[in-house]
Design a protein around this ligand. Sequence first.
Ligand code: ATP
Ligand code: MG
Length: 423
Amino acid sequence: MAEPSSSRAVAPPSLKDAAWLQRPETRCVFAALTGDGIETRAVGGAVRNTLLGRDVSEVDLATTALPKTVMTMARKAGLKAVPTGIAHGTVTVVVDGESFEVTTLRRDVETFGRHATIAFTEDWTEDAQRRDFTLNALYADADGTLYDPLGGYDDLITGRVRFIGEADERIKEDYLRILRYFRFNAYYGKDGLDPAGLAACVRQHAGLAKLSAERVAGELRRILIAPRAFAAVKALFDYGLLSGVLSAAPRLDRLSRLIAIEEGLSRAPDPALRLAALSVFVREDAPRLAARFKLSNAEQAVLALGADDGLDGELPDEDTAKRLLYRLGPDRFALQVLLAWAGSDAAPDDSDWREALTLPARWEAPVFPLRGPDVTALGNLKGPEIGALLRAVEQAWIDGGFAETREKLLERAKAHMAKASAS
Ligand code: ATP
Ligand code: MG
């Protein structure tokens, strides 16, 4: 431990065996950004997750070099350097297709949301102090030595998410930290929420309204798929923050049941599905939430399943399930069944619902045998009439259990046309 912060019986481990630290790409970027009095250390998620034995998805670096120097040193080593956020000290260095965000040590002189007036520094403790939580202010150098200027290691191990400095002030600098507080608790928290941080989040919650939709949605997605997602959502609800975030009255029970069902199936969580369970009741909720959070069309299509027009919380019989599978396709069928199951009274390990979920593995939806030209060949029809006729015949085919042949369906089409011209 290079910079002791508190006395403890057991020394924190070295990170030297971490796979990401051993990788040639990481060694290369460390080598490029070391020397001439320049020090570079990994910070944030990579350090935090390594200490907990969890996966590391990206490596962020902090350096004493000024951004321009980072650019020069990286290019001298033959690496690509992109000035992604150079005004705030961030340069992206690319090694063999892998990106590293390298940020110069800084202190925030004045912060307003994302935008801060900053000053570069060579003081690691100052850099640590501008970060949000103690467990996010852990650094590791190229040798794997851990640096812990603010006592974050103890907090990480005991699962305490603590604001650095005075919580109210830190939240007022950037209200996203309220949601980050719940998110980090959902991933790393152990014995409940730190009361000082929680009280500050509650006091400052009105500031959430100032955040951009994208930033809120980004945090919400991550909270919803966290290991302790439900505890975090429940806490947001209990302390009166959730309805402001969602602009809707939530349905906690359906979310909790969906999580239990997914866990029972060892199914990877889908943030849009969980949001649907939590906050979509009627069809109109889906486009409203999608617009509010600027969600993708694919996410909106999943949200729409929350209204559960298909099953209404009832276990489908085989025919109903087939019709649903035909209409939704296998992926959305599974999501719709999961939501209906979560909205029902059935147990999270109910065997009938499990069986219903496996339909796509047992039955492949047939393709409707008629196409536009089949009915245009039957007579003089205009565009919209062709569509309407096809839909009517298709519906009859679905209602009949997809059994009727092409010939039978053509007869049906003819009969429809005869009826239409007679009336
Ligand atoms: P992950 O990448 O797994 O979400 P991370 O901790 O690496 O976790 P990043 O968003 O990559 O998160 O940010 C890197 C570090 O920057 C954080 O660990 C934290 O120290 C700091 N940081 C990020 N966002 C904020 C913020 N809004 N306020 C204060 N510090 C922040
Ligand atoms: Mg990160």
